[in-house]
Write a new protein. Structure first.
Length: 759
């Protein structure tokens, strides 16, 4: 009997005949015959007890005639199902899902798993049939792979749904079950259907028997397969990470608790798929899954997980810099039935994305791009507009360069693209621009970005502009039009960073996104990309270039609460004198590159002799910026000018941040599972002003669940110490995270590595 037909018969049979009853016999198969022996009293009693005989008038018939019936049997029913789902069972260990805090069976597709079934009687392979019935989503359909019939076979084969009895003992059978490496992921409802000569039955539904199916980076047939075990441990199994921020000259790092194995996180991640409104039949394709999740993790158009907020005001929510991890965010969203969580910025969106993807089995990492361009007009250039006096025209400067931007790389094959473009794919959940009408970005092949193949999906032009667009300065002319006056080739896409495999070191992956600056390969990629941009003719700009201006940070990086000092180096490479006025303008800005306010303007007259190099100090006093800072304490210095002798235009920008102090965490004694541990949380206010309504947030996997402490005010330059007590629950190396939030100071955090010993 074909599998689909059997499924239909099972459903119809269940509706007609209650479990434990026999279907009616075919009347034509009933034969009458004389008894071969004379009836005795005991024989008559035995026959009457075993079967009923009726005469035509409905009265029980006598022993003279009898109806021959099949041998008495019982319907084959399922008494219990044991999915061997504890995290110590082979299923969870072999599928690398033993760390999930869940009572359900969690498996990875394309890999065999085992289950025990107890039946109402011993299974007879000659007369009995059995199959598994798996249903996914609201409208399971056999033709779409969301209603799966798993038949019993003699021998298992790869790349198909099959089950085999590998052990039988009395009424119990052990099945080895194989799944498709392309199966849709999600929560499958399990039923066991039985069929025998005496009838058909289906096991009742129980949520305890739900099976969670994940992507499988360990399976060669899965499109997320990754062949390096150390990379699988890092990008799938590591639940702690590091996210980088700041500027390319001042790279900061902060630990992040991805928490993909925490209790309730897997259901929360699958809840996102359900909330997306997409059919479950599409949940087997990682390209499709990461694209819809990059939309669901932000909230503007679909009430996704996190509301973005770059205003600096976070009433009725959490400041983005106060989060230490993703678990609490995902749990809040799920428990509140899809109410978006307040608030996030790019690193929060990226951290949540990493958590969700790793939880579902897609190798993923958080990636930070410094000097990250935001191209708003698909020109594939970053455009800066200046007036006749070389002052920036703020209302026209819609393109921006973020000091840093954090997105994600997800690992997968790309059968929808030309050969060689699989591997890392850029995925961005921060809502910047829409893609096909929805705030999402990717997956864009990183290899395609490197080669300038911006005509390939998804959103490759936007990612290319972020990492490798040229910055073009346009000056307004007398008739109101603009002409390009300078092209800077190495303006964006610096120090692209991610956490290294197996350590807490920073790995620079810029070479994956772009060729070395100004190399022939890099220029070809830029020119290839710009063929598809909205502007042309830019690269015909030519001018004298014998004067250079370079801004650097000498010595220690500027500290919040102190004067900020930078070095401006000017160089004349010609054999003639060069003079010019260097206009400087420093602005407080959000890390996204959006200006808040200009805090200082001045001019520096420069005179350079032939081949002379001169360095002058530029200083921003604390008093100029103290009342204007926003999140991240970011500033940008813009220098412009024109050389008197050659009319060469000079223009350069330098972003820098004011360093905030770290929180220091000091454990008191050894950490032991089950034994109380004290830690001191120490922080010094760096400002000559009182910090108001300070809150601390402390958490650590295996150490301390999320805890908030409302401290109150911290006086000018004061040092405070909090004492926290908790009982470690898991042995091994752990990290305790702490962060601080108040309106006057942001991006303050600390981490302590704590080695927890077994009792």
């Amino acid at each position: 009997m074909p599998v689909d037909t059997l499924s239909i018969r099972n459903r119809s049979a269940i509706g007609r005949f209650p479990a434990g009853t026999l279907p009616p016999e075919d009347p034509e198969k009933v034969k009458l015959k004389k008894p071969e022996t004379k009836w005795s009293c005991c024989t008559w009693i035995r026959q009457c007890c075993c079967r009923r005989k009726t005469t035509g008038d409905g009265v029980t018939g006598g022993p003279t005639e009898t109806t021959e019936m099949p041998e008495t049997g019982t319907i084959l029913e399922v008494r219990s199902i044991d999915l061997l789902k504890s995290n110590k069972e082979p299923n969870r260990l072999e599928h690398h899902t033993d760390r999930y805090r869940s009572e359900n069976l969690i498996i990875r597709r394309g890999q065999t798993f085992q289950m025990l079934i107890e039946l109402s009687r011993p299974f007879n392979s000659e007369t009995d049939k059995l199959h598994l019935d798996l249903k996914l989503g609201n409208l399971p359909d056999v033709s779409k792979g969301t209603h799966v019939i798993v038949p019993l076979v003699e021998d298992l084969q790869d790349n198909c749904w099959e089950a085999k009895i590998v052990e039988q003992k009395d009424k119990k059978i052990k099945l080895s079950v194989n799944s498709l490496p392309t199966a849709a992921i999600g929560k499958y409802r399990l039923g066991v259907a039985t069929h025998s000569s005496t009838g058909e039955a289906m096991s009742p539904y129980s949520p305890d028997n739900d099976i969670y199916m994940l992507f499988n980076p360990w399976c060669e047939g899965d499109s997320v397969y990754m062949d390096n075990e150390e990379e699988r441990k890092e990008y799938v199994l590591n639940d702690m990470g590091i996210i980088y921020y700041g500027t390319d000259n001042q790279i900061g790092d902060r630990p992040w608790n991805f928490g993909q194995f925490d209790k309730g996180i897997l259901p929360s991640c699958l809840f996102l798929l359900e909330q997306s409104g997409t059919p479950a039949s599409g949940w087997g394709d990682p390209v499709n899954v990461v694209r819809l999740l990059s939309a669901m993790i932000n909230s503007p158009d679909d009430n996704g997980v996190v509301i973005g907020n770059w205003s600096g005001t976070y009433d009725n929510g959490m400041a983005p810099t106060f989060w230490n991890g993703s678990s609490d965010i995902l749990r809040q969203y799920h428990e509140n039935a899809g109410t978006p969580v307040r608030y996030g910025q790019c690193w929060v969106f990226s951290g949540v994305t990493t958590s969700v993807m790793r939880c579902l089995g897609i190798p993923t990492r958080s990636v930070t791009n410094f000097d990250s361009a935001h191209d708003t007009d698909v020109s594939l250039t970053t455009d800066v507009y200046l007036d006749e006096n070389y002052e920036p025209i703020e209302e026209l400067n819609q393109d921006s360069v973020w000091n840093f931007h954090v997105w994600n790389d997800c690992w997968m094959a790309r059968p929808d693209l030309p050969t060689g473009l699989g591997g890392w794919q850029a995925v961005d959940a921060t809502p910047q621009e829409t893609s096909q009408g929805v705030f999402r970005c990717g997956p864009a092949s990183v290899a395609a970005v490197r080669d300038g193949l911006v005509y390939l999906k998804h959103d490759t032009p936007f990612v290319f502009a972020e990492v490798n667009s040229d910055k073009v300065y346009w000056q307004r002319t007398a008739d109101g039009t603009f002409t390009p006056v300078q092209v800077k080739k190495n303006a964006v896409g610096h120090c692209i960073s991610t956490k290294a495999v197996g350590s807490d070191e920073r790995e620079d992956i810029t070479h994956l996104y772009k060729y070395p600056e100004d190399s022939e390969e890099e220029r070809i990629a830029v020119e290839t990309a710009c063929q598809y941009g909205s502007k042309s003719g830019i690269y015909d700009v030519s001018s004298a270039d014998d004067v250079t201006v370079l801004i650097t940070m000498d010595g220690e990086e500027p500290q919040l609460g102190a004067d900020a000092k930078l070095a401006v180096t000017v160089k004349n490479t010609s054999a003639e004198q060069r003079t010019f006025n260097l206009h400087s303008q420093v602005a407080v800005m959000y890390y996204t590159g959006v200006y808040k306010s200009t805090v200082k303007k001045d001019q520096m007259p420069i005179e350079l002799q032939p081949n002379e190099v001169d360095t002058v100090e530029w200083c921003l006093p604390y008093e100029h910026y103290k009342d204007h800072l926003v999140d991240q304490a970011m500033l940008m210095l813009t220098l412009t000018g024109r050389v008197t002798q050659t009319k060469q235009v000079l223009a350069t920008q330098f972003r820098f941040r004011l360093r905030t102090p770290d929180i220091v965490i000091k454990p008191d004694g050894d950490a032991v599972v089950g034994k109380e541990l004290k830690v001191a949380i120490v922080f010094q206010n760096p400002l000559k002003r009182t910090l108001k309504n300070v809150k601390f947030r402390i958490e650590g996997l295996g150490l301390q669940s999320v805890r908030e402490v409302s401290y109150g005010d911290i006086q000018s330059l004061a040092t405070v110490t909090l004492t926290e007590k908790f009982i470690p629950s898991e042995a091994g190396p752990q990290k305790l995270l702490a962060s601080l939030d108040c309106r006057q100071l942001a991006q303050v955090h600390g981490v302590a590595n704590i080695d927890v010993k077994a009792p």
